[in-house]
Design a protein around this ligand. Structure first.
Ligand code: NAG
Ligand code: NAG
Ligand code: NAG
Ligand code: NAG
Ligand code: NAG
Ligand code: NAG
Ligand code: NAG
Ligand code: NAG
Ligand code: NAG
Ligand code: NAG
Ligand code: NAG
Ligand code: NAG
Length: 725
């Protein structure tokens, strides 16, 4: 209490002091802002903002105070007044005035603000839409004016033309304009918005745009009628009855301009049946366009022709028969015949034929192609479908050719070519052997041969090869002549056999048989003696064996033997090597020796008795040396020339035979006796020979004649057949 009293006293003293000094002592205590009638008002009302200040003063006179009203941060109104309450009047308040207000009161250096208060104005003005013209003609430009004169601030305007909104660019001011050309009736209105506010203004008055016609619709006239038949002449006229100068009219068919002119145009044509075309007549003046449409009903007079062929796939020489037909679809012109024209690749073949039949007898491949026809009646011509006529050339007899030789070695490949001179592809060639099908090939290209590759494995593939050619899907088949294919089978390794055994007594016969198991005859057999380069005997025969026979061997015939076989396949095979041993019978030799001695003595005696001329001495044969004769190299015998081996008794020259080479050469001649070792006496050869041969006969018990040889041969032959089987 005491402190309060003290303070109060102090303040009073101070006030008194200042007042006594200045007479104007004022203390600003509080400022308040109020809205009248309310802080929430409707647009259009008059609002008072009252700034009320409370002061403390000693004097009775109120001092002058400076009042400032703020909207947000801007001063909107200011007044100097000595009154303690100052009103700020806003007439016809607008949404624009909504915002936060406060006031500040100043007195000298003192300054006091009020609280912030918000003013909320609801509702926008209804805008007004006006037009630049009262009467609008089509094609004329109109200015639309939307205004809201009572609003303040920036406004965003939107026009509506038949409810479609069109925004105009933002500009300051309370109205907006827009130009537009109307081409039909419309309802136009507008609205606005305060920038940065969501609230829309009410929609303006609606202006109903009624256009006054500048250009009337053009008129379309059809002669003779909108309903016509194909082939009728139709005239379509398009004209405008507008009084305007420079009216242009167009006549169009499916957006294609048929004719155009000023005021009036027309087009005349033969009506054709095509999906009911639409005709359009259009008039144009001062950028205004008017059009009238019309659909022409064209009735089809006759049907589209149908081209048929009895057969479209023909063989050369057959008959082509084409039939073109069409029928009347209306009874209108039945007395007018329909005529037909035939074409091949657009080239006329026959014209104006009423039967609609076209025939070519004996077609050739020149008649192949695309055919069509046209039907004509009452100025109307209609094209048919196309038909492709094929003319096939039938295959001729195919020829076969073996590219290599007609003689082939087994295991080799041969190429056979089949070709017919003529024939439309595809041609199927069949390669046949005798009656069997070997292979088939289809050739797709004209004049192309069929190449068959045949691997001839063995002789079973030999035979008559021929070709068959077929085309037209196998319905035409021809056979050609054939070629004989000979297969030559190469020889196999031959088997050498010594018929009489490996050991042969001197003077007896030996037979060598060379036998081949496989191969194509004729075979050439060759016999070789040890180490000799050329054969001492050869024989070419169709039999599967060859025989070499030596009727009487000498010791020099002992040795190694082999045979060789070959045929046309040119493959030569050697047999294994066999050994032949020539033996001599000792006691027989002794008897022979004694016989010789006796004979010699007799002869010697005879010679001595008579006059004896000088004679060649014969070398005495050593029986021991002859007992086992091994192979000796001789002059290679000449190959057999086919005169045959001399198998006669003449070679049995066991007596006083001086030369080692007493075996006859292959030509069957005896070599001349050598001078180095002559016989002591010349013995009549025939006598000696005869004696010895008789001796031999007695020993063998077999008569020495040709029969022995033939028996032996027959036996051998028989064995050979056995081997063959
Ligand atoms: C109020 O008085 C002040 C100071 O005298 C002066 O500067 C100001 O312009 C006056 N304001 C008005 C609205 O008269
Ligand atoms: C203004 O008044 C309207 C209606 O009374 C009200 O809906 C709106 O919220 C008020 N706005 C503000 C900012 O107070
Ligand atoms: C549009 O209306 C406003 C207000 O009525 C006016 O000031 C303005 O001149 C008008 N504009 C035209 C082109 O008529
Ligand atoms: C325009 O408004 C009138 C009356 O509301 C209506 O009858 C007419 O169909 C409207 N016109 C168009 C083009 O929308
Ligand atoms: C044409 O034919 C249609 C029916 O096919 C008919 O309705 C129409 O009246 C005809 N018009 C004329 C001009 O004969
Ligand atoms: C033009 O033709 C239209 C419709 O046929 C008709 O209404 C109009 O009166 C005509 N105008 C003149 C100038 O002939
Ligand atoms: C039409 O063609 C057929 C068959 O080719 C023939 O017999 C007939 O004479 C032709 N008629 C005319 C008018 O050419
Ligand atoms: C046949 O042989 C030849 C060449 O050797 C080859 O070009 C061809 O394709 C063969 N033909 C067949 C059907 O194998
Ligand atoms: C020939 O060859 C064919 C095919 O390989 C075979 O079937 C046939 O037995 C052979 N014939 C002979 C005689 O070898
Ligand atoms: C093929 O051989 C057989 C039998 O050998 C014979 O009859 C025929 O005439 C021969 N054919 C040809 C074309 O040589
Ligand atoms: C075999 O050889 C002879 C001579 O060399 C030759 O003339 C013939 O053509 C050949 N034969 C074969 C099928 O090779
Ligand atoms: C070949 O042998 C056969 C019997 O095998 C015979 O008839 C023919 O004369 C012989 N040919 C030659 C040249 O020796």
């Amino acid at each position: 209490m005491t402190s309060q009293t003290t303070c109060c006293l102090l303040l009073l003293t101070l006030v008194r002091c200042s007042w006594t000094d200045n007479k104007q002592v004022v203390k600003l205590v509080e400022a308040t802002l109020t809205f009248s009638p309310d802080k929430d008002v409707k647009s259009g009302t008059t609002v008072y903002l009252n700034c009320n200040v409370r002061i403390s003063t000693i004097s009775t006179d109120t001092p002058s105070l400076q009042y400032s009203f703020y909207k947000d941060t801007h001063v909107t109104y200011a007044k100097n007044s000595s009154s303690k309450i100052v009103p700020y009047r806003i007439e016809n308040v607008r949404a624009f005035h909504s915002g936060t207000y406060h006031c500040i009161v100043k007195s000298g250096t003192q300054k006091i603000p009020s609280e912030y208060r918000q003013l909320n104005v609801t509702g926008l003005q209804t805008p007004f839409l006006s037009l630049s013209n009262d009467k609008i003609t089509e094609g004329e430009e109109v200015t639309l004016n939307c205004s809201a004169p009572n609003e303040e601030g920036s406004l965003d305007f939107t026009f509506f033309i038949n409810s479609i909104p069109i925004k105009v660019p933002l500009r300051s001011g309370t109205f907006a304009e827009m130009n537009h050309i109307f081409n039909r009736e419309a309802n136009v209105s507008c609205k606005f918005q305060l920038v940065n506010q969501k609230e829309d203004s009410p929609i303006s008055n609606v202006q109903h745009i009624v256009l006054s016609e500048l250009l009337p619709k053009p008129i379309i006239i059809v002669h003779p009628s909108q309903n016509v038949t194909e082939g009728d002449r139709v005239t379509i006229e398009c004209h405008s009855n507008s009084s305007l100068p420079d009216v242009e009219v167009h006549l169009q068919k499916d957006s294609k301009i048929l004719s155009f002119d000023n005021v009036r145009t027309s087009s005349s044509f033969i009506a054709l049946f095509d999906e009911n075309p639409e005709y359009l007549c259009q008039s144009e003046a001062k950028s205004v366009r008017k059009s009238t449409e019309m659909r022409l009903n064209v009735q089809e007079l006759f049907s589209r022709p149908l081209l048929k062929a009895e057969a479209s796939d023909l063989s050369e020489g057959q008959t082509l028969r084409l039939n073109c037909s069409s029928v009347y679809l209306t009874a209108k012109r039945l007395n007018e015949p329909i005529t037909y024209t035939f074409q091949k690749y657009q080239q006329n073949l026959i014209s104006d034929n009423q039967t609609g039949i076209y025939t070519i007898s004996g077609v050739s491949n020149q008649d192949e192609g695309n055919y069509s026809c046209h039907a004509t009646a009452w100025r109307v011509r209609k094209a048919s479908n196309n038909i492709y006529i094929r003319v096939h050339i039938l295959v001729t007899k195919p020829k076969i050719q073996i590219l290599e030789s007609s003689e082939v070695i087994a295991g080799h490949k041969v190429h056979m070519k089949c070709l017919s001179d003529r024939g439309s592809p595809p041609v199927m060639y069949t390669l046949m052997r005798n009656k069997d099908v070997i292979s088939r090939l289809t050739v797709m290209t004209d004049k192309m041969p069929a190449m068959f590759n045949v691997t001839v494995l063995n002789e079973t593939l030999a035979g008559l090869y021929w070709c068959e050619a077929a085309n037209r899907g196998g319905s035409h088949v021809v056979s050609g002549s054939g070629v004989n294919l000979t297969v030559i089978v190469p020889v196999t390794k031959p088997i050498l056999t010594i018929i009489s055994g490996n050991s042969v007594a001197e003077g007896s016969g030996v037979t060598l048989m060379c036998q081949v198991e496989k191969g194509t005859p004729p075979f050439t057999f060759r016999w070789f003696r040890n180490g000799e380069r050329s054969a001492f005997y050869s024989n070419t025969t169709d039999k599967q064996f060859g025989v070499y026979e030596n009727k009487s061997v000498g010791k020099q015939h002992g040795g190694k033997y082999f045979c060789q076989v070959t045929n046309r396949a040119n493959k030569t095979m050697d047999s294994r090597v066999l050994m032949i041993t020539v033996t001599m019978n000792i006691w027989k030799h002794i008897i022979i020796g004694l016989c010789v001695v006796i004979l010699l003595l007799l002869v010697l005696f005879y010679i001595i008795k008579s006059k004896c001329p000088p004679a060649k001495r014969a070398k005495n044969a050593d029986p021991d040396r002859n007992a086992l004769s091994t192979l000796k190299h001789e002059e290679p015998p000449q190959e057999s020339d086919g005169t045959g081996y001399p198998g006669e008794e003449s070679n049995v020259r066991v007596s006083c035979h001086a030369p080692e080479v007493d075996f006859p050469s292959s030509n069957g001649e005896f070599p001349p006796p050598t001078d180095t070792e002559p016989c002591p006496d010349r013995v009549p050869l025939m006598a000696t020979r005869h004696a010895c041969s008789e001796l031999r006969h007695s020993l063998n018990g077999v008569p020495d004649n040709m029969n022995a040889t033939s028996v032996e041969y027959a036996e051998l032959h028989h064995r050979g057949i056995e081997a063959e089987q």
